[in-house]
Design a protein around this ligand. Structure first.
Ligand code: ADP
Ligand code: MG
Length: 249
């Protein structure tokens, strides 16, 4: 028997619309967009600059209110929650990665990760350190744990940011142009890490990126243009999910 969770989208955006501005300056950025994301899959959202990708990602991840439409996440209506409930949901279930890394300059790589566990989960110092070191090891950064952002390359900084997003083992991982500031080799590493978050941990991963070379590294590609999704390939990549679940048993 197939697990229900494979057939039910982990995240479902339905009839989402969004405009900015008022009156004559009002611009519609999203037109009636519907999208489904599944656990264990990495989905790539592509499209020209200004097509509405970041707006859609922000709405799906509970950061920006849609004008109309709903987002169902793990069976909860995200935009029917109170601000506090949504904030808690994001903290508990969502990891974010952005182009600009958003790291704290004063903290070492290890401290950036420890902080999430200490403040987010109330983990003990020893537990936080152990898990941070484990994650840095997985990211290939074991030897850089003591370095601060200014002492790390762009690719290394982005790997720390990925570690910070994934260390709480979120159900959802949202990455907005995580590779744009990186060369292809570093970008490829970043995509591989996000892909293994989906395939090995069953996370639901949405990545916005430009580089067409990424396409072959993801399960599914969704194209956006002028606020509309114009192609949504069927979720053909179910195998990694089944594979993961089999391993987990
Ligand atoms: N807060 C905002 N206020 C006004 N316009 C915005 C705002 N955020 C985005 N936009 C506009 O919405 C359009 C889509 O933006 P965005 O979603 O960032 O596109 P993308 O990520 O595909 O480049 C752009 O024309 C942008 O200028
Ligand atoms: Mg954008």
């Amino acid at each position: 028997m197939i697990d229900d969770s494979l057939l039910t989208p982990a995240l479902q955006g339905v009839h989402l619309s969004r405009s900015f501005g008022e009156g004559e300056t009002k611009t519609t950025v999203l037109y009636d967009v519907s999208i489904e994301l599944f656990s264990g899959q990495i989905t790539l959202l592509m499209g020209p600059s200004g097509s509405g990708k970041s707006t859609l990602l922000a709405i799906l991840s509970g950061l920006l209110h849609p004008d109309s439409g709903t987002v169902m996440a793990l069976g909860h209506d995200l935009w029917a929650m109170s601000d506090l409930e949504r904030e808690r949901f994001r903290l508990r279930h969502c990891g974010f990665i952005f182009q600009g890394y958003n790291l704290f300059n004063a903290l070492t790589a290890r401290q950036q990760l420890e902080m999430v566990l200490r403040w987010g989960e109330g983990a003990s110092a020893g537990e936080a350190r152990r898990r941070a070191e484990e994650m840095l090891d997985l990211l290939g950064l074991a030897k850089k744990a003591h370095l601060r952002p200014t002492e790390l390359s762009g690719g290394e900084k982005q790997r720390v940011a990925i570690g910070r997003a994934l260390i709480k083992e979120p159900n959802f991982c949202f990455a907005d142009e995580p590779t744009s500031a990186l060369d292809w080799k570093a970008g490829q590493q970043v995509i591989e890490l996000l892909r293994s978050a989906a395939h090995d941990r069953g996370a639901t991963v949405l990545v916005v990126a430009h580089d067409a070379r990424i396409i072959e590294h993801v399960d599914r590609v969704v194209h956006m243009e002028d606020g509309r999704l114009w192609q949504q390939e069927e979720h053909e990549a179910r195998e990694p999910v089944l594979h993961t679940l089999k391993q987990a048993r």
